[in-house]
Design a protein around this ligand. Structure first.
Ligand code: IPM
Ligand code: MN
Length: 343
């Protein structure tokens, strides 16, 4: 089989450090990977003023997948790199599924004391191209006491249906076969109604999947008090952003949370990244946990159809996590997991 063409965007801060460990594991698992690095991020922005040149975007389109570290740096005004680089990639490549597993590995300390490991095992299907991230709205009389700022949530029948269908397919393939729509239908009446009607309609095609509904505020509470309620969660872009940070917290912290920005039809490359940011406060010190990136690599392998390899990486991570004791450097954790993958 031909080599997998992988675009690597280490990005800013700890992104570089964690991506190096992810690639190490990828190499050790024995896949024929051909990585090409792209120096997008704060450094490039300062040097050339560019975030994501059109020519680079076009080039990235030709890869099988993208591995991304982290984007964002305090030296760049907030929002520029996030919007013009990270969100631009998600939108341009139509990553309408932002897949974020929330799974507690045995041996990990959850802040939910007394919760059995198996009670936290869900996957959040966050919509990735619409909602409040669409960026529509505007401002009037800016800077005056009469300023009016609006920010609109875009929800299309097409956009909602495709992500809901993906979530039902996921739920169907999991043992518990449960799907929960998380929204705020009691207040966001237009968008909520579209989401609820879509779920109800698609549910008729999936009689084996049980469906449930939870308001976002209540869901936030149940993530903490009854995480076992959730199997597959489908929700919009912003609710999904917020609730997956909460998910990361209950599953042992942001250092373990992996994600995939997925274009299920393969019309453009999917992009895998840890949920965490660039953590400038600890960058360059070898303190970052590369586990989230390594688990994202497992998701990448799975997406490319390399299911055995993906499972091997996840098992190696689980075994490493189960034996965690004294603090290790980024590189040491990467080396230890690599050794388990090769061994
Ligand atoms: C995430 C991040 C991004 C988001 C930011 C950096 C734009 O928080 O991947 O969850 O809001 O989606
Ligand atoms: Mn986020």
């Amino acid at each position: 089989s031909r080599n997998i063409r992988l675009a690597v965007i280490p990005g800013d801060g700890i992104g570089t450090e964690v991506v190096a460990e992810g690639l190490k594991v990828l190499e050790a698992v024995g896949t024929k990977i051909e990585p090409t690095h792209y120096d997008l991020g704060a450094a490039r922005y300062h040097r050339t003023g560019e975030t994501l040149p059109d020519a680079v975007l076009d080039e990235l389109r030709g890869y099988d997948a993208i591995l991304l570290g982290a984007i964002g740096d305090p030296s760049v005004p907030p929002g520029i790199l996030e919007r013009d680089l990270l969100l631009r990639l998600r939108f341009a490549f139509d990553h309408y599924v932002n897949l974020r597993p929330v799974k507690l590995f045995p041996g990990v300390a959850t802040p939910l004391a007394g919760t059995p490991t198996e009670n936290i095992d869900m996957v959040v299907v966050r919509e990735g191209t619409e909602g409040l991230y669409a960026g529509t709205g505007g401002v009037m009389r800016r800077g005056t006491p009469h300023e009016i700022a609006t920010q609109e949530s875009l929800n299309t029948a097409h956009g909602v249906e495709r992500v809901v269908r993906y979530a039902f397919e996921k739920a169907k393939a999991r043992p518990r076969r449960k799907l929960t729509l998380v929204h705020k239908t009691n207040v966001l009446t237009f968008a909520g109604d579209l989401w609820q009607r879509t779920v109800n309609r698609v549910a008729e095609e999936y009689p084996e999947v049980s469906t449930d509904y939870c308001h976002i505020d209540a869901a936030s509470m149940f993530f903490v008090t009854q995480p076992e309620r959730f199997d597959v969660v489908v929700t919009d872009n912003l609710f999904g952003d917020i609730i997956t940070d909460l998910g990361a917290a209950i599953a042992g912290g942001i250092g373990l949370a992996a994600s995939g920005n997925i274009n299920p039809e393969g019309a453009a490359p999917s992009m895998f990244e840890p949920v965490h940011g660039s953590a400038p406060d600890i960058a360059g010190q070898g303190k970052a946990d590369p586990t989230a990136t390594i688990l994202s690599v497992s998701m990448l392998l799975d997406h490319l159809g390399l299911h055995d390899e993906a499972a091997r990486v996840e098992r190696a991570v689980a075994a490493d996590i189960a034996e965690r004791g004294a603090a290790r450097s980024t590189q040491q954790i990467g080396d230890d997991i690599t050794a388990r993958v090769s061994g």
